[in-house]
Design a protein around this ligand. Structure first.
Ligand SMILES: [Zn+2]
Length: 545
């Protein structure tokens, strides 16, 4: 009996690029992929030709620069995805456009089904500069409840929605809320504060199947921007099931590392029961969907963040803390003992200081912990002593320049110019030798290269440059956004660089971000994205036969 000779290694993809930045200091010209992994690299464009067979897809990408795909260390993919299920009235520029966009959704939905709009619209963007009336909504949707939420505190509803929620002429205002009325006493459809939630409670959320579908389309939008992995910064257990459905059905276009919310509305006993009953630990899953750990929220954001000094626009206010430090220390200690990592939102410097107290208390109970077991999310404001404590304690920090980019104008008002310019001083953190991972936190697809441009220039959306002295270089920004996040996810041996044996997550650009002018980065979008050896974004069919 004769044996077949061993099958030689045949590549699925052989990519020949102008430049391949491995982000290890090495530069290659060709990379070979087989299955989900990188199996070979060469400094020569033709250096891997021996590994190509008839079935190998050879990609001539001499005009492109290849990098490891981005790994977003803090983003809300579930939120961004469920937004795609809402009717996009934010596109409207007049009442007529508003009702016409609604009308399209009404025609597609069976009678009785709720029509829910996106929240990011405002009447000041409508030519009439007013809210749509209940009569206008009723004319568009006589048989479908319509609920048009505008921001967090106001909504307009049609008659069918008010009926479904049991709101009539005689319904009293709820606590902290107001139901608007017409001159004849009938509800006007205008709902404020608590009244928004009173009606919204009757609108069903998306089903598990709908959410799984939405995670597929939502994740595709991130893949189109060069993202390979998202650390999903807050979900509940039902949403974890939807993620598992999307995973089982092969819908995910990015790898996901979820954080499960431990709500501050829980008593200590309830929080401990959640941790003890979870039945899973950090690291469970596969390369596509793997549990990161737990999520706590210590304070508010730009409004409500717990500050050491009062708000610039309100000397009586210095924000709020959501957790009693002793209780949180007890819950986090139990979590760590059960193999769960912990990430905690801390925006203001008082929140960061309090969180350091908590984390140091946990380590006092458990002994030294592996890096990235206890993580500070955001640390928008911090001082040198806090940064030193974070480094000494071995606590990682996820940083999001995109928050400064998006909200610098609000920060200038609420926190004042001095604090705004020292938001997320990446140079100071790096000088202190902190473990950092970069992300976005905007809950909508955001170009990672705009974020890189921001880290490199400290540029913002509408408040010019803030704290240019805290800028870092492109190479460091890319490293925090690839290998930094991989380390945060405990998988620096599997992701974050272009290295044989690592997963084949790559992104290609029409210019080299490491040599381009930083100003060319802000709008730079990928030519293709590959995750696990499969194209997730390939608009020009560069990866197709
Ligand atoms: Zn977040």
């Amino acid at each position: 009996m004769t044996r077949e000779p061993a099958e030689p290694l045949r590549l699925d993809y052989l990519i020949k690029a102008g430049t391949i930045h491995a982000m290890t200091g090495q530069i290659y010209r060709s990379v070979g992929l087989r299955g989900p992994e990188i199996v070979a690299v060469s400094p020569e464009p033709d250096g891997l030709d021996d590994l190509a067979g008839r079935a190998t897809m050879v990609v001539d990408a001499g005009d492109l620069t290849v990098l490891p795909a981005f790994s977003d260390a803090h983003e809300h993919l579930k939120e961004a995805s469920s937004n795609t299920l809402l009717v996009p009235v934010d596109r409207a520029r007049s009442i007529a456009e508003f009702t016409s966009i609604l009308g399209e959704a009404v025609r597609e939905a069976p009678p009785g089904q709720w029509i829910l709009t996106s929240m990011g619209w405002h009447e000041s963007n409508l030519a009439e500069n007013r809210l749509p009336t209940v009569a206008e909504l009723d004319a568009t949707a006589p048989d479908h409840p319509v609920f048009a939420r505008r921001g967090g505190h106001l909504a307009v509803a049609n008659s069918a929605a008010l009926r479904a929620a049991g709101v009539g002429a005689d319904t009293p205002d709820p606590p902290g809320g107001k139901i608007g009325h017409l001159p004849d006493g009938q509800p006007s459809g205008l709902l404020e504060g608590g009244a928004v939630y009173q009606v919204m409670a009757f609108a069903p959320g998306p089903s598990r199947g709908e959410l799984a579908d939405a995670l597929g389309t939502g994740s595709a939008a991130y893949a189109a921007l060069g993202v390979g992995t998202i650390r999903e910064a807050m979900i509940n257990l039902d949403e974890l099931l939807a993620y598992q459905d999307a995973w089982r059905r092969g819908l995910l276009n990015v790898r996901v590392r979820p954080l499960i919310r431990v709500g501050n509305e829980l008593s200590t006993a309830e929080a401990l029961a959640l941790v003890d009953g979870l039945g899973t630990a950090s690291g469970f899953g596969d390369d596509w969907l793997r549990i990161w750990g737990l999520k706590f929220v210590m304070d508010g954001g730009v409004e409500g963040g717990a500050l050491e000094q009062p708000y610039a626009n309100d000397p009586a206010d210095s924000g709020h803390l959501n957790w009693d430090p002793a209780a949180m220390t007890q819950v986090c200690t139990e979590a760590v003992r059960r193999g769960l990592k912990v990430g905690t939102h801390a925006a203001g410097d008082r929140a960061v200081r309090t969180l350091l107290d908590v984390y140091e208390g946990v380590v006092a109970e458990t002994g030294k912990l592996p890096p990235w077991t206890l993580v500070i999310e955001h640390a928008l404001l911090s001082d040198p002593a806090q940064r030193e404590r974070a480094v000494r304690g071995g606590f990682g920090i996820t940083v999001q320049h995109a928050l400064l980019w998006n909200m610098a104008s609000e920060m200038l008002v609420t926190w004042g110019p001095e604090r705004t310019r020292r938001v997320n001083p990446l140079d100071e953190w790096l000088a202190a030798e902190a473990s950092l991972a970069a992300g976005t936190d905007l809950a909508r697809p955001f170009n990672p290269m705009t974020n890189v441009w921001g880290m490199v220039t400290r540029g913002t959306k509408s408040a010019d440059v803030q704290g240019p002295e805290h800028a870092i270089d492109v190479s460091t920004a890319l490293r925090l956004y690839t290998l930094g996040s991989a380390a945060c996810n405990g998988e620096a041996d599997r992701l974050g660089t272009v290295t044989p044996g690592k997963l084949a997550d790559l992104v290609a650009y029409p210019l080299d971000p490491l040599t381009a002018s930083p100003d060319d980065l802000a709008e730079l979008v990928p030519a293709f994205t590959i995750v696990g050896g499969k194209p997730t974004h390939d608009p020009d069919k560069r990866l197709a036969r």
